[in-house]
Design a protein around this ligand. Structure first.
Ligand code: NAD
Length: 254
């Protein structure tokens, strides 16, 4: 397809899961990619695979919660492709720990990686978008922004904060054509959940929970989520900004 042809897209958390699947989907639609992740080996492997398929890709290895990484992402987009049109702020971590057991450092890291990183990159990228007459920012929140359960205080706080940041950026730059939306996935089949299954004692322990929470009874595929991101990134969604799109299979309670 050519739904993103000629567009330059930054994707964080691009070495795995939703980020990697979205990189593949964006490449299929003609986007040029700036891929960001702190897992350098896996990032380079993902970038090589996409290049082998014919995509234009640059990789930036780094921690998204650092200003220095955001500076390098901006430079990479400018140097390789002359600017940036799309920013998919997706990198995230999910500590599972009760409030009383949570170290202050754990709180800080989940807020820094999941929320502050989106501010740092948006601050760099919005001026580039304004130069090009507009752009689209998509932030990965979660169904856990609004529903939660014990041991997710840090994660839920960060994901709820993302919805606030998304609306704030949307209202500030709406007139100038920079859109900002959030996606709120429910259960998605990624390594994040495979790790969670291991922590819970196996997939057998995870599936009954999925069935109880998400009426579809199954995890969404990475490609299904990537299609939502693609819609928000493309000019098909120009009427939508400041929104949070729930891709959670009708989850209504935990
Ligand atoms: P994943 O663990 O497969 O991928 C996350 C990627 O982010 C990894 O490649 C990791 O190396 C990278 N990353 C982590 N910390 C980073 C940092 N500080 N700097 C740079 N890169 C970093 O997980 P996923 O399921 O694809 O998750 C992607 C996003 O989707 C996260 O924000 C997550 O909270 C959110 N989410 C996932 C689900 C789900 O069911 N999997 C549901 C709702 C929301």
């Amino acid at each position: 397809g050519n739904r993103l042809s000629g567009k330059v897209a930054v994707i964080t958390g691009a070495a795995s899961g939703i980020g990697r699947g979205t990189a593949e989907r964006f490449a299929e639609e003609g986007a040029k990619l700036v891929l960001v992740d702190n897992n350098e080996a896996r990032l380079l492997e993902a970038a090589e695979q996409l290049k082998a398929g014919g995509a234009s890709v640059v990789a930036v290895a780094g921690d998204v919660s650092l200003s220095e990484t955001a500076d390098r992402v901006l430079e990479a987009g400018r140097d390789a492709f002359g600017g940036i049109d799309i920013l998919f702020n997706n990198a995230g971590i999910m500590p599972v720990v009760s409030v009383l057991d949570m170290a202050e450092e754990t709180w800080d890291s989940v807020m820094d990686v999941n929320l502050k990183a989106m501010f740092l990159l948006s601050k760099r990228v919005i001026p580039e978008m304004l130069k090009r007459g507009g752009g689209s920012i998509i932030n990965t929140s979660s169904v856990m922004s609004t529903l939660t359960e014990p041991k997710y205080a840090g994660y839920t706080s960060s994901k709820a904060g993302i919805i606030g940041l998304t609306k704030a950026i949307a209202v500030e730059y709406a007139e100038e054509g920079v859109r900002c939306n959030a996606i709120c996935p429910g259960w998605v089949d990624t390594e994040l959940n495979q790790r969670l299954a291991v922590e819970l004692g196996g997939m057998d322990k995870l599936y009954p929970i999925i069935k109880q929470q998400q009426p579809t009874g199954k995890m969404a595929t990475v490609r299904e989520i990537a299609n939502v991101v693609l819609f928000l990134a493309s000019d098909e969604s120009t009427a939508i900004t400041g929104a949070s799109i729930f891709a959670d299979g009708a989850t209504s309670a935990f």
